[in-house]
Ligand binder design. Structure first.
Ligand code: TTP
Ligand code: MG
Length: 381
């Protein structure tokens, strides 16, 4: 059976979301990134790329190249929401999806021609579905393996659709520069050019001794890629079963007050991790390790979805109340399981919304200044 791998990558992702949400920005150069004096460009619209602006460029340089652009700080939460919708389209299309970043993934379509008619039809379907659901364009690459699929998706951006067929794979990539192969950067490219090797085709036909000289133990691998061969499987990332944090204390804790104070910090850290990975949960587990290394765990399942620090702490503290404190406590851990992703279901009580807003604000601060910036209540450390 012929392998078919699809690589999908959104076009100018953050900038496109901004243009979608603010239609007056359509057709304009839009630059998203850190706007402070030491900020860098996260990405920019294709209109801005004409001026030479690109990701990771210092913002000050972008301002010189394209002073008329619209500069925006970005909305990470929104991008994550859109990303989740896109990933849902991928998961609808194939059971084997490997997410590479916020806006790209590999899908293994091998053997799925029967469902879609052809791999090409599946590719079209994904592009159409993304446009319908989120109103954005994606570039698709379809090829016999990951290396070729990723290379293909990049060739006709934006709104690209590139198919590399099995029989044409080697000849398709032969005229491209060697730096199109991941891992061959500008330095290796220059070294190869001294041997007259500029294109991937020349690399495929090169003397192995030269490749060994330039790439050492990776020579055979690079040679295979140059021939269009890449056997790496699409590996779906496994979902975590639980998310949490634990701390071993420098000195054992003896009072309920001390334990609860630590639980408050742990709940904040666990909650931040939970939310930043886009999950909510149903069950909170408390782990207590005593000075004699005996460990107990207790779990409790909440009435509704849990995502806020306060909810986690409330349940963890309730569990703590049923744990005897006749020995010193060496370690405490708080984790959340029964995970789901997306927005937690809430009854929309005023207090729920207030809590969520408070948690969002704390998350933003932690994201900007590091996790240690805030501990709720209690003493700061
Ligand atoms: P990319 O897919 O690399 O870039 P892009 O989607 O903006 O543009 P392209 O059409 O070339 O694919 O990255 C996806 C998002 O990740 C991008 O919109 C912003 C973010 N990002 C950064 O924040 N910093 C970076 O250096 C890069 C490369 C991306
Ligand atoms: Mg992209």
């Amino acid at each position: 059976m012929l392998r078919w791998i699809m690589h999908v990558d959104m076009d100018a992702f953050f900038a496109s979301v901004e243009q979608l949400d603010n239609p007056e920005l359509k057709g304009l150069p839009v630059i998203v990134g850190g706007l402070g004096s030491r900020g860098v460009v996260s990405t920019c619209s294709y209109e801005a790329r004409k001026y030479g602006v690109h990701s990771a460029m210092p913002m000050a340089q972008a301002r010189k190249l394209c002073p008329q652009a619209v500069y925006l700080p970005g909305h990470m939460r929104r991008y994550k929401d859109v990303s989740r919708e896109i990933m849902a389209v991928f998961h609808m299309t194939s059971p084997l999806v490997e997410q590479l970043s916020i806006d790209e993934a590999f899908l293994d379509l091998t053997g799925m021609e029967k469902i879609y008619g052809s791999a090409k039809a599946a590719g079209r379907l994904v592009k159409d579905e993304i446009r319908k659901r989120v109103g954005l364009t994606a570039s698709v690459g379809l090829a016999p393996n990951k290396f070729l699929a990723k290379l293909a998706s990049d060739l006709q951006k934006p709104d690209g659709f590139t198919v590399i067929r099995h029989e044409e794979a080697a000849s398709f990539i032969a005229p491209l520069p060697v730096t199109k192969i991941f891992g061959i950067g500008a330095a290796a490219g220059r070294e190869l050019s001294q041997y007259g090797i500029i294109t991937i085709g020349q690399l495929a036909a090169a003397d192995m001794a030269v490749l060994q000289h330039v790439f050492g133990k990776n020579a055979a691998r690079v040679h295979q890629l140059a021939c269009g061969i890449d056997d790496r499987p699409v590996v779906p990332e496994s979902e975590p079963k639980s998310i949490g944090r634990e701390t071993t204390f420098e000195r054992d804790l003896h009072t309920m007050e001390e334990c609860k104070e630590e639980l408050l910090k742990l709940s904040g850290m666990a909650g931040y991790r939970l939310r930043s990975k886009g999950y909510y949960g149903r069950t909170v587990t408390l782990k207590v390790k005593y000075a004699d290394f005996r460990t107990v765990t207790h779990s409790i399942t909440g009435e509704s979805d849990i995502s806020c620090d306060e909810e986690i702490y409330e349940l963890a503290a309730r569990l703590m109340g049923s744990v005897p404190l006749n020995k010193g406590v060496r370690l405490l851990g708080v984790s959340i399981s029964g995970l789901g992703s997306g927005q937690p279901v809430s009854l929309g009580f005023e207090e729920d919304n207030r809590r969520r807003k408070r948690n969002d604000a704390v998350d933003q601060l932690k994201k900007r200044f590091g996790e240690k910036i805030i501990f709720r209540g209690g003493r700061h450390s």
